[in-house]
Structure formats: C-alpha cells, structure tokens
Design a protein around this ligand. Sequence first.
Ligand SMILES: Cc1cc2nc3c(=O)[nH]c(=O)nc-3n(C[C@H](O)[C@H](O)[C@H](O)COP(=O)(O)OP(=O)(O)OC[C@H]3O[C@@H](n4cnc5c(N)ncnc54)[C@H](O)[C@@H]3O)c2cc1C
Length: 390
Amino acid sequence: MIDWTIIGGGIQGCTLANYLLKSKRTTISNLAIVDPHPEPLYTWKRCTKTIEMPFLRSPSIHHLDIDPFSLEKFAKSENGKSDAHFYGPYDRPSISLFNKHCDSLFHEIQLVNSWIQGRVDQLVRKKQQWHIKLADGRQFDSKNVVLAMGISEHPFLPLWANDLRNEGAPINHIYDDKISTDVIKSTDNILVVGGGISAIHTALKLSKIHPGRTKLLTRHPFRIHQFDSDPGWLGPKHMNSFKKVTSLTKRRQIITNARYRGSIPKELKLQALHEERQGKLDIIIDEVSEAFYENNEIKLNLLTTSISTNRILLATGFHATPPGFNWLTSTIENEGLHCATCGYPIVSETSLEWGQNLYVIGALAELVIGPVSRNISGARRGAEKIVNQS
Ligand SMILES: Cc1cc2nc3c(=O)[nH]c(=O)nc-3n(C[C@H](O)[C@H](O)[C@H](O)COP(=O)(O)OP(=O)(O)OC[C@H]3O[C@@H](n4cnc5c(N)ncnc54)[C@H](O)[C@@H]3O)c2cc1C
C-alpha cells in the first residue's frame, strides 16, 4: 500500500510532493503522483509555451521549493545562471529559469520514481484506506489521498463561440489540448478574444507572425494590476479577517471580489499599445452580440460595429466549477463529504482535510486558502498546512 497519493501533477501536486518528501512525511517509494501526462508540470509548461509568456507574473520567492530563496540561489548556480533573468522591481523570474529550477528540484527528489501516468476515475474508501482506480483499469490502495486537479482542463467558451464551433467554425480556446500551432501560423487573419494576460500575450505573439492581420477583442479597457490579487492576500493583512468569516457564501464573494479577473501588468498594456501604434495589432473594445459562420468566414456583430475573421482564438478563462466532480460524485455521496453552496469542498481550516485522510490543495482548497489558492503561493501555503498537520 502507498502512503500518500497525489491526484494531479501540476504546480499544486508537485509542490506538495516536494514538501512531503523534504519534511520527511514520506519517502519517494511511498508516494504516488497520478497524472495523465508523461511528466510533471506538463499542463503548466504547455499553457505558458502556447502564449510565449517570457516572465512569471509572480515574484521570485514563489516557486515549488521550501526555502523561499531557493530559486534565487539556483539562479546563481552553474546550472541556472544562463537563464537567470528577472523582470521589474518584484524580481519576476523568466519562465525558463522557473522551469529549470522545477526540473532541478524534481531531479533532486527523484520525483520520476513516484510518477504514474494515468487518469483517476474512481476513489473508494476501503476500511482505513483509499482504493484508487485509473481509467485504464489499473488500481491500487493508498493511506492518504490529495486531490490536486487544477481547473486548466476545462477552458471556458462563450455561448456564441460554442455554437459557431459546433457549426464547424475554426474557433479554439488557446488552452485546448489539441490546438495546432501550424494552423495558427498559416491562417490569413486572426482574432484573439479576451482581455487578460493570456489574451494579450497571444495577441502580441500573433501580431509578430501576422502583422496587420491580428485583432484583439476585449470586453473592457485594459485593467492594470501588477498581480492577480492584492499582495495583502499573501499574509495576515487580509487573511486574518478572511479566516474570521464563518459564512462560506461570504467567503466565496470575498474571493470573487478580490481576484483582479482579466487584469494585466502594466508592461503588457504598453507592449500592446506599441503594437497598435505600429499598425500590427488592432485592439477593439466591444462585445459580441451576434455571430455567424458563412463561406469559411466568421462574422461578429459587436455592440458598436461588426468584424470578420478567418479564425478565432479564445483566451476566455476556465470554467468556475470545481475540478474532478465528474468522477468524484459517488465518493462525495458515499463518504458524506460536505460542499459549500458554490459547490467547493468544505475542508479543515488547519489541515485541508475533506474526509478521513482525504485532502485538497489548489483550486479545491480556496475556501480556506483564499484568493491566492490556485497560484504558486497558494500551493506553498496549502502544502504547509497538509504537511504540518499534527
Ligand atoms: C498562462 C498562465 C500563467 C500563470 N502565471 C502564474 C504566475 O506567474 N504565478 C502564479 O502564482 N500563478 C500563475 N498562474 C496560475 C497557476 O499557478 C497555474 O495555473 C498552475 O499551473 C495551476 O496549477 P494546478 O496544479 O492547480 O493545475 P494544472 O497545472 O492544471 O495541473 C493539474 C493536473 O491534474 C491533472 N488531472 C486532472 N484530473 C485528473 C485525474 N482525474 N487524474 C489524474 N490527474 C488529473 C491534469 O491533467 C493536470 O496535469 C498562471 C496560469 C496560467 C494559465
């Protein structure tokens, strides 16, 4: 029997794995990380590569290792110094440095030895342990289970886009699994829909490939924020009062209001405006009222004008529903696991335990960890809670 099983090998799951191993809560042979992809952080690397994000939005102390200065030390090491680039006053690391640091950490803890490539589709309690079944039929038992599935498998499509896509229109979400970069590169003219960092990075990338033939459609003027929520949420400044809120409906409201949705750091706005001035990118602030697909052309009626394009790339975020609930329903019913009105798990404030020896981290832990739960800093805070439980 395995001691700890983590379901999901993204930023959240891998941070926890590192914390469990380095704090000696378990050993690599007693740890399993189950994820459908061939290697750790696959989704993170795919998403950030798709949009060609050069620097993280978060500062250099937000990474997967326990020592807050681990990444900075790595940047000075032989292995790290060729990628040691930081941006701005918050020392935001380059994506290449961040990823290399992760890879070096995984090598150090030999994470590959705990990796099980597969998709969990059933979780059943058997006396004092959990029985885990994978979609391909493999199964095993584990004393503890941590749910670390992120939201990135469920990109959100506006209704009009979904309808047109069903009619065969060339519309993709930028985080669709099967999106082909060749198709994008060969497209005549292209429209990016969205106003957050994913949309702007994508528009900047495409305006270089298709100068003058790339449009960005955003529903709102650029919302400028350095981070995706106030840094006060990283510590006691905001979290002390959050913890005192007993109504989970209220907590959900606080989380929703605290997140700067669709916001971008200032340098992205400046770059987008620069591309616009150069005539390479057309920025349209408007909203779709009607959409048609005829003769291989997509026509969008906006509130104030109308536009046509050959291809649409959506950067419209992810579904808000809790991840994994398609296969967790029977576990929730059989174990009497509690969920708040928003659908998210009600878990222990101190250990993130949802049911006996069943833990959550990341998106699923946000009613305790707060607005930063899905981020790297939230992964660190979640991992600390799970590891430090008495
Ligand atoms: C473009 C972009 C930039 C970002 N930049 C930053 C930043 O600079 N700083 C920051 O703090 N945050 C950032 N974030 C937010 C956040 O840190 C990332 O989205 C992060 O990757 C979330 O990690 P995760 O582990 O929750 O999810 P994921 O990376 O999605 O990992 C979850 C894994 O679980 C797997 N899984 C799902 N269901 C199952 C199942 N049934 N069985 C097994 N495995 C399963 C998935 O396939 C996936 O591999 C960014 C997000 C994006 C999209």
